[in-house]
Design a protein around this ligand. Structure first.
Ligand code: SAH
Length: 350
């Protein structure tokens, strides 16, 4: 096992069969993998952990993803949208708290047309010069992605969710397709965003072979960010009775991705922290280097529930900001409050 990890570190890729072997034998390989992943990360980023202020600005969604708590079919959700003024206010608070990256995330809400989002992007970028702006608004046309990039958006997060066709169909309604998701990701990269793909670990019917396909896809896309977290069931979705993903398996995948993509920005996700009280610390110990504390205002926070038992829902943004700092200092890490671009990626070059 350990020689496979050495080879992964050196060659940055293995075959699907080798990945499956490693995943099957993760108990034996974990300590060594995490030590190597930390060494690789520290050689690039030192002790630094980057933070992003996550602003969940709408929970309206036209999609009906079977796993997601804010899916269109969930009538129990009380829906909200922040106004542009509210978004700007939260960014002002975030700026004071030291955030230099804001992530605007939401459901796929047609109310936020391409020009509306572009104007919000312009306002944020002109009110807070020097900040990086990440969008996570799902699948849009290439023209829309281009417009937002020209308006000043720097990064885009769009998890591919799974690289396997059959598995993708098991997680999504028939009107959604893996092909369309993948073409969005490649378009985003061509347009010049720093791009993040990613997937849930332990989503219903996922196999270790599927995870190997996800790893090979990460290599193919060569993204700047990779968001992975455990699947957690939501009570008002068709997957309510499915078991949550495994924390150890999630950590193991973080470690593998760190060896494959030494420069990647890899968050220890809120979902990981929701399933295990020390999940984010463990994520960092397995190779992650980004945290995304929630900046969403009270009144909205408790309505952006993609899964059950989400942490930080009742907390103030200030609390979350300093909570993650304390947690990181507790494991010998330092919060870096710069934009935290992908190494070598020139800031603000649309
Ligand atoms: N609408 C945006 C944002 C989606 S929410 C988009 O399509 O990109 C961000 C991520 O949360 C999703 O990509 C999915 O991987 C994750 N997510 C959704 N439901 C989840 C659940 N039940 N458990 C864990 N993660 C979930």
């Amino acid at each position: 096992m350990l020689s496979l990890i050495d080879r992964l570190e050196k060659e940055k890729i293995l075959t699907a069969a080798e990945f499956v072997t490693l995943l099957e034998n993760r108990d034996e390989a974990r300590d060594y993998l995490f030590a190597r992943a930390r060494a690789v990360r520290d050689s690039v980023f030192g002790q630094d952990i980057f933070i992003r202020g996550l602003l969940e600005f709408t929970n309206y969604c036209k999609n009906d993803c079977l796993y997601c708590g804010i899916r269109r079919g969930n009538r129990a959700v009380s829906r909200y949208r922040l106004t542009p003024e509210e978004i700007l206010e939260r960014c002002a608070l975030g700026f004071e708290l030291g955030f230099r990256t804001f992530v605007l995330q939401g459901g796929e809400d047609p109310f936020f047309t391409a020009p509306k989002v572009a104007s919000i992007v312009r306002e944020i970028k002109s009110a807070f010069p020097g900040v990086a702006l990440t969008l996570s608004l799902g699948e849009r046309s290439r023209e829309t992605y281009e417009l937002w990039r020209k308006a000043g958006a720097d990064r885009y997060l769009l998890r591919h969710e799974t690289r396997n066709e059959e598995h993708y169909s098991a997680l999504h309604p028939p009107e959604m397709s893996l092909a369309s998701r993948l073409s969005c990701l490649f378009a985003l990269k061509e347009i010049g965003y720093q791009v993040g793909c990613g997937f849930m670990v332990g989503s219903p019917s996922q196999t270790l072979a599927n995870l190997a396909e996800d790893l090979l896809f990460v290599k193919e896309l060569s993204p700047h960010m990779v968001g992975i977290g455990p699947f957690i069931p939501h009570r008002d979705t068709p997957f309510r009775d499915c078991p949550a993903g495994d924390v150890e398996l999630t950590l193991f995948l973080l470690g593998l991705i760190r060896l494959m993509e030494p420069l990647a920005l890899l968050p220890a996700t809120t979902a990981l922290g929701s399933l295990d009280p020390l999940g984010r610390e463990k994520g960092v110990m397995a190779g992650a280097n980004v945290l995304m504390p929630i900046l969403t205002p009270p009144g909205a926070r408790e309505k952006y529930l993609l899964y059950d038992n989400k942490i930080c829902v009742g907390d103030a943004a200030e609390t979350c900001r300093f909570c993650v700092q304390r947690r990181m200092e507790g494991i010998g890490r330092v919060i870096n409050v710069s934009r935290g671009d992908y190494p070598g990626f020139a800031p603000q070059s649309p």
